[in-house]
Design a binder for this molecule. Structure first.
Ligand code: HEM
Length: 499
């Protein structure tokens, strides 16, 4: 009998190899049978009880399940082909297996709402440890139960619609102008990078209250390193993105701690500038670690989502000149000369349609991830405790039965009076780009304001021409594969040269 070490030797001759392969067959067969048996045991156990009926679906390969199909589903096409195929075969609620664990995937708007509204009761969000270590275990995203509810209420309150007018409107515009003014006439840019910079600068200003360009740049670099780590392989070793992100997290926390200390000095609150952190210190009493994780959670949740929506809005408008012209006309027709007022913001009906259509078709938050806390009965099905549950939001948003010509960017669809009920993104089961239930996005109104103001300043300042073909991809998150390369032209320079 050949030993393992001999078998792995690279100096093996062909004859020996074929002899060895023959020897291995019975062992390989046994191994495969064993794997199939284990998989059947794991999955079969859940079906033993006749009452327990999982939604229909397929098991995929033993152990890895449908993970590869899932990868293809989210990376290659929109709406995901794998999900479409499963819906055709099994219906809008189907099961598959991901990384050896059962998952129930849903493109059913009513079931999705049921899952979101039962957050903390029947279902709960679940994240890997590496992610929790990075965003912090005391933040609103990772906490559960009453701790979560408290922080969710605080964050919703800090970014409420009526607070935007006093606390955010002017600051957003100042930072927007400051950031966009750095772009030159005829400069070639990747719009993806510019939107990221805009969103990060906004976060540094709004969360920590810093406003000098130098301080913003310093924080923006740390924020950028941190956000990169959230989507990287969790290898905490020098040279790896995740490690850099952990270091950035430490530095951000130290900056937050310094601000907290300043606030605690006599007459300290007067020294602490505005921003969510300043208001949090004024209005709430939370332990220091909770405050740090709170801010870092907002940074993670609010940055990429807002940057991508800005990018996709311009990308879609670029493909639809009629919508671009109508949007520009609306923005140029606003009354204010320099800075926009609250009245201006409320007088942008078409801009709001563009934002809604971008969120519908852009799939920024493609799906949510939940875990069943107990055996959950829904209609004829029983979803076993521990099973993943995936409300696939973008499959609903792109459903032809709900949206005519669903893959076409058509902002005018939102003007139809009949669609108004569907459009109410706070509670509509058919349109939920900001989630729903107890984890409904607390930054939704702020994000919409930022996107509207970005469109305003970008469109009235610049024209552009696209230099490279582009398309959307959805892995590891929604993006444009070439970053949308364009040449910028300042509108007034453009007018001068065409005179
Ligand atoms: C277009 C931009 C945005 C989109 C599409 C978006 C989407 C979402 C969605 C779908 C969820 C629910 C996640 C879940 O149920 O698991 C969520 C949660 C959250 N969002 Fe947003 N978001 C955006 C911008 C923002 C901004 C600007 C902030 C804050 C600065 C923010 C802060 C949060 C937080 C803290 C949560 C977690 C809430 C919780 O777990 O209780 N988001 N967002």
């Amino acid at each position: 009998m050949l030993t393992t070490s001999t078998r792995s030797s690279s100096t093996f001759c062909c004859r020996e190899m074929s002899y060895e392969a023959g020897q291995e067959w019975p062992m390989m067969t046994c191994l495969v049978l064993l794997l199939i048996f284990i998989a059947k045991f794991i999955y079969g156990k859940k079906k033993k009880n006749g009452r327990c009926r999982m939604p229909p679906g397929r098991r995929g390969w033993p152990l890895v399940g449908d993970s590869f199909n899932w990868y293809n589903a989210v990376s290659s096409s929109h709406p995901p082909r794998f999900v479409e195929q499963q819906i055709k075969r099994f219906g809008t609620i189907f099961s598959c297996s991901l990384f050896g664990k059962w998952a129930v995937v849903s493109a059913d708007p009513i079931f999705n709402r049921f899952v979101m509204q039962n957050e903390g009761k029947l279902f709960q969000s679940s994240y890997p440890k590496s992610f929790r270590d990075l965003v912090g275990k005391n933040g609103v995203i990772t906490l559960q139960g009453h701790h979560h509810r408290r922080l969710h209420a605080i964050s919703s309150n800090l970014m409420r619609f009526d607070k935007l007018r006093f606390h955010f409107l002017n600051d957003i515009q100042l930072i927007m102008i400051q950031t966009l003014n750095n772009l030159q006439h005829n400069q070639v840019i990747l719009l993806q990078d510019v939107c990221r910079k805009v969103a990060i600068n906004q976060m540094a200003n709004q969360l920590l209250g810093v406003s000098s360009e130098c301080e913003i740049n310093e924080m923006a670099q740390l924020f950028s390193d941190f956000v990169d780590g959230c989507l990287s392989l969790p290898i905490n070793f020098p040279g790896f993105t995740y490690h850099t992100a952990m270091k950035a997290r430490e530095k951000i926390i130290s900056k937050i701690k310094k601000t907290i200390d300043k606030h605690r000095q006599p007459a300290g609150s007067a020294q602490v500038s505005n921003g969510v952190l300043g208001r949090l210190l004024e209005e709430e009493s939370l332990p220091d670690e909770t405050i740090s994780d709170f801010i870092i959670n907002l940074l993670f949740a609010g940055n990429e989502t807002t940057a991508k929506t800005m990018l996709f809005a311009v990308f879609f408008l670029n493909q639809c000149p009629r919508a671009l012209n109508q949007l520009l006309e609306e923005q140029q027709g606003l009354t204010s000369n320099e800075m926009l007022t609250w009245q201006d913001y409320k007088a942008m009906p078409f801009t709001q349609c563009v934002i809604d259509e971008t969120l519908r078709i852009g799939g920024i938050a493609i799906w949510l991830m939940r875990e069943a806390k107990e055996d959950v009965t829904y209609q004829d099905y029983v979803i076993p405790k521990g099973c993943f549950v995936v409300p696939f939001l973008s499959a609903v948003h792109l459903d032809e039965n709900l949206y005519h010509d669903a893959l076409t960017f058509n902002p005018w669809r939102w003007m139809d009076p009949e669609i108004q009920e569907k459009r109410s993104w706070r509670n509509s089961p058919f349109y939920s780009p900001f989630g729903g239930g107890a984890r409904f996005c607390p930054g939704a109104e702020l994000a919409r304001l930022q996107i509207a103001l970005f469109l305003h300043y970008f469109l009235i300042k610049y024209r552009w021409s696209q230099l490279k073909e582009d398309r959307m991809s959805f892995f590891p998150s929604a993006r444009l594969v070439n970053g949308f390369q364009i040449r910028l032209m300042r509108r007034h320079e453009h007018m001068k040269s065409s005179d």
